[in-house]
Write a protein that binds this ligand. Structure first.
Ligand code: ATP
Length: 615
């Protein structure tokens, strides 16, 4: 390999090339393509299928060639075609090729170049888009970056391919239309936002072509062609030998698609960037035109294309340092050439033998660009944020838990009431066991049998019995009641334990929700949740209580009027056998809540004291 400067048709480029490769007639270069599935699909679209055996980790820049029709001017100048697209990927370049005399082509000096696909001059804009860019658009929607850049001599058809005309819109317009239609199809899945920016690199300075300072938010695709035309009008153009409206700058259109959706309680964000680049055309510098504005532009264009060629060389040779910083253009293309990006190069060529030199150089660089490896794009630019449930969901949940708790509390109160009744009966029996059947003793006077029986039944006994018998019956009753009390106490104890356990579990759950809600940073919240201590939980409870929000578990279980003392069983049964236990048990929750909201006394308020003094 040897580095040498070659100048074909005025295009100066520095490139390491094999000497034999330059000499004409060159040997026919036949290359077996190794293409990924996506490329295979793309080639199918133009009727070609490559050997699809490359895996995703071995991605490289895909290179396509587009031949434009002979222009009127070229025909009038008597130019002949020097390019033949032999098959849909083989480009044959010869100095004396004739469209009709294909057999003679083999005997004249020429060279074959093989590309991922080559488009003859009859190829439509839609076919070019379908074969080169449509897969990239799909990738962008999945969060993968993609770049398409057109490269070629002045007047070779770069702007036509990229922007096109109103009647035949090019890749940029078709890509955005496609993007919108794909987004519409998937709009029910999540939210998409599409941003557009257009820049030009002119004389190594960057200029905004659409909206200085900020990218445009696209709402519909109808405005696209208009916007792009407007951007193109802002672009620096000059008439050249070949092209009346030659672009004197490199223009890039960047479309950023952001997709957000809720997937299983997480916000998934995918961002994909599509860069569509129309490079300025390289052009022969005119010896007589050295100091004009156009020659300065030409020199800048050539310098930036030279910087591009050095980057391509360094990348192909696998060098560690790639000189991207040598020009604004290469800085702009850095991600596309050396980063994680699906990159497509479309080399535009003219058929005219008058442009033979330029075409040869372009094909040479396109052929070299095929060897540039890009980083595998197996993963998308995706961000998954675990977020707390929505406010409504949280509120709903808290309300449900509150309802459940109040039901449990009522259930407990009912059981306590039952116990109270049984205890009261027991106490009464213990205090005067002989008096309990008293009503029946008083009805010892003769009366109708019917009445007697009825009264006896009401008194709990069918017959008037002697004292000794009454005492024995009373004892049995007391023992029976005591047994009942014990059973009830055991039941209530069990219920209390279950209730406390349930409340504890709910506390844990609500604490978790509060932690999520109070933290703005979901990651930090995640961390906080993991390292939540009692102190932090208590603080959260205190804060929530202070702000009177329904956040802290202690606030949640506080009685609606904490200062008003409620008479419950535990207050009544102060001298009951189980009162000590009950008070202790109560302290675990409502007791604590009843103690917390002690406010400062009005007498201690500064304003109050002052008023007293004044009066
Ligand atoms: N495939 C094509 N079919 C029909 N006309 C084409 C095609 N390609 C290019 N042209 C025409 O050729 C002329 C030059 O094309 P274009 O402006 O796209 O060249 P360019 O490579 O962008 O040139 P420059 O680098 O000077 O800006 C235009 O009039 C354009 O309409």
């Amino acid at each position: 390999m040897e580095k040498e400067n070659v100048s074909h048709g005025g295009i100066a480029m520095s490139c390491p090339i094999k000497k034999a490769a330059l000499a004409l007639p060159a040997p026919v270069v036949s290359r077996k393509l190794s293409l990924g599935g996506a490329v295979g699909a793309r080639l199918k679209a133009v009727g070609e299928v490559g050997a699809c055996n490359a895996d995703a980790a071995d991605s490289r820049i895909l290179v396509f060639v587009r031949l434009r029709p002979m222009s009127k001017k070229e025909r009038e100048a008597g130019s002949r075609s020097c390019v033949k697209i032999v098959s849909k990927k083989d480009v044959y370049l010869t100095e004396f090729a004739s469209e009709s005399d294909y057999l003679r082509l083999k005997r004249v000096r020429g060279r074959h170049f093989w590309f991922d696909a080559s488009f003859p001059d009859s190829t439509t804009q839609a076919e070019v888009y379908g074969a080169t860019t449509s897969d990239l658009v799909e990738g962008v929607l999945q969060g993968r970056n993609g770049t398409v850049f057109c490269y070629g001599a002045t007047g070779a058809g770069k702007t036509y391919t990229m922007l096109g005309t109103m009647e035949s819109p090019g890749v940029m317009v078709l890509a955005i239309k496609d993007l919108f239609s794909k987004v519409r199809q998937r709009s029910h899945d999540g939210n998409h936002s599409i941003q557009l920016s257009s820049l030009e690199v002119y004389n190594d300075t960057v200029r905004d072509l659409l909206s200085p300072g900020r990218p445009l938010l696209l709402r519909e695709d109808k405005q696209v062609m208009k916007l792009l035309q407007q951007g193109n009008q802002n672009r620096t153009t000059e008439p050249t030998r070949v092209n009346e409206t030659s672009s004197r700058s490199h223009a890039t259109l960047q479309v950023i698609v952001e997709y957000r959706s809720m997937e299983g309680g997480s916000i998934v964000t995918r961002v994909g960037k599509l860069s569509l680049i129309d490079l300025a055309g390289s052009e022969r510098a005119l010896a007589t035109d050295q100091r004009t504005q156009r020659s300065i532009e030409g020199a800048n264009i050539n310098r930036s294309l030279l910087a591009l060629s050095s980057c391509i060389n360094s990348l192909v040779e696998g060098k560690k340092h790639i000189p991207f910083r040598n020009s604004k253009l290469t800085q702009l293309l850095k991600d596309s050439l050396g980063g994680s990006c699906n990159t497509i190069m479309i080399a535009n060529i003219s058929p005219s033998n008058l442009s033979f030199g330029e075409t040869q150089t372009i094909l040479h660089w396109a052929d070299r660009a095929k060897k540039i490896k890009t980083k595998a794009l197996t993963t998308a630019n995706e961000e998954v944020l675990k977020v707390p449930d929505s406010e409504t969901d949280q509120t709903k949940l808290v309300l449900e838990l509150q309802k459940e708790n109040s039901e449990l509390r009522q259930q407990l109160a009912r059981q306590q009431q039952k116990l109270l009744t049984v205890q009261a009966q027991t106490l009464a029996s213990n205090a005067s066991p002989q008096q309990s059947p008293a009503p029946s003793a008083q009805i010892s006077t003769p009366c109708s049998t019917q009445r007697k029986v009825r009264r006896s039944i009401l008194a709990g006994s069918c017959f008037n019995t002697p004292d000794s018998k009454r005492s024995a019956t009373g004892n049995v009753l007391v023992r029976d009641l005591q047994r009942k009390v014990k059973t009830m106490e055991a039941v209530i104890e069990k219920m209390k334990r279950e209730h406390i356990l349930q409340l504890k579990q709910k506390d844990e759950f609500i604490r978790d929700l509060i932690n999520r809600k109070t933290s703005n940073d979901p990651e930090a919240a995640e961390g906080e949740r993991r390292i939540a201590t009692r102190a932090s939980v208590r603080k959260a409870q205190k804060d929530a209580a202070a702000s009177c929000e329904l956040k802290s578990p202690s606030y949640r279980f506080r009685s609606p009027a904490p200062t008003a003392k409620k008479r419950t069983f535990w207050d009544i049964g102060g001298n009951s056998p189980s009162s000590t236990l009950a008070v202790n048990a109560r302290k675990t929750r409502s007791h604590v809540a009843a103690e917390t909201p002690k406010g400062t006394s009005m007498l201690l308020q500064p304003g109050f004291a002052l008023k007293k003094v004044m009066y």
